[in-house]
Write a protein that binds this ligand. Sequence first.
Ligand SMILES: *[C@@H]1O[C@H](CO)[C@@H](O)[C@H](O)[C@H]1NC(C)=O
Ligand SMILES: *[C@@H]1O[C@H](CO)[C@@H](O)[C@H](O)[C@H]1NC(C)=O
Ligand SMILES: *[C@@H]1O[C@H](CO)[C@@H](O)[C@H](O)[C@H]1NC(C)=O
Ligand SMILES: *[C@@H]1O[C@H](CO)[C@@H](O)[C@H](O)[C@H]1NC(C)=O
Length: 303
Amino acid sequence: MKLMGMCSMRGWKGVQCRKLFVFATILFAASIVYFYISEKREIVEFTEGPVTDFSMKSTTEIVNDDIQKEGYYAYERAAQETGGERVIRFNKTSNDVIVFVHIQKTAGTTFEKFLVRYQQNLPCKCQAHKKRCNCGRNASNETWLFSRYSTGWVCGLHADFTELVVNSCVQRVLDKQAGHKKKRNYFYTTFLRNPTDRFISEFRHVQRGATWISSKHVCNGRPASVNDLPTCFDPRIGWEGVSLEEFISCPYNLAFNRQTRMLSNLSLVGCYEHLRRPSYEQDKIMMESAKENLRQVSVFCND
Ligand SMILES: *[C@@H]1O[C@H](CO)[C@@H](O)[C@H](O)[C@H]1NC(C)=O
Ligand SMILES: *[C@@H]1O[C@H](CO)[C@@H](O)[C@H](O)[C@H]1NC(C)=O
Ligand SMILES: *[C@@H]1O[C@H](CO)[C@@H](O)[C@H](O)[C@H]1NC(C)=O
Ligand SMILES: *[C@@H]1O[C@H](CO)[C@@H](O)[C@H](O)[C@H]1NC(C)=O
């Protein structure tokens, strides 16, 4: 089955993805799994029935289960099986924040629009002709959603895990907005896509003129320099109309292995060093890191 291979990049068995793919077939009517990060790692599920229904639940029991176990995403059944579980909800009135890690060409934009405009349980205040909505909590005006259409790209265009989490950008930005340091529960969320389809989609997007040149690629506390990360094209001209051959022959093309890279802790591999000196060892470290992080974030796969 074609869909089964969708997350099989670089030796990753694709198990999580294959399982989670169930959700993607009906993007907005599916069950969505959230992992909740705290000292005690727990999984939080976020069920969406009709678009108006928006609740999250979690059980501490599930997290100890093998991730491949079917009950993992068949939440309703798992909850019944475990019984008496501790339920964690995304707390609307507390300090819980959903952080969306937007990997290019994975349907992230659609999901982000949905979150700010169409779900009803945590409505954001949107204005006509305004790109961003105010997802501030009623009392404090502090946002419950960190994403393109709420906070905007405050951590850089398509900021990755390294920028958002490793370099603590989310924490810093929200503390700044709140005016003081604050403890929050972050619900990291992302969408994944069959790597080949995603790559081709990115290629087409670049062909149409996209470059994401203003991405900062912050790692180890500083943005990547041109030295760290040479561009594949003359920045004054862009890469519009690039041929596939040229696209795949540039070693610094960030489209390669993008999902793994954007979900891994790049501090572990000397940031963008691996682009200059590709090595199997570093690829492996990145993959392991991405997998580890994926266990902590919510994943949506789509094809
Ligand atoms: C949500 O957070 C508020 C404020 O911290 C707290 O009073 C309330 O009990 C929490 N609700 C749940 C269901 O945990
Ligand atoms: C703000 O208030 C509205 C209307 O009472 C409610 O529907 C919404 O869920 C509240 N938002 C938050 C984030 O608490
Ligand atoms: C709430 O925050 C948003 C930005 O997050 C801002 O545009 C708005 O003016 C704030 N509203 C109030 C009442 O402070
Ligand atoms: C990322 O890797 C660095 C270097 O090993 C480590 O110090 C840091 O704690 C890691 N951060 C996260 C969020 O995994």
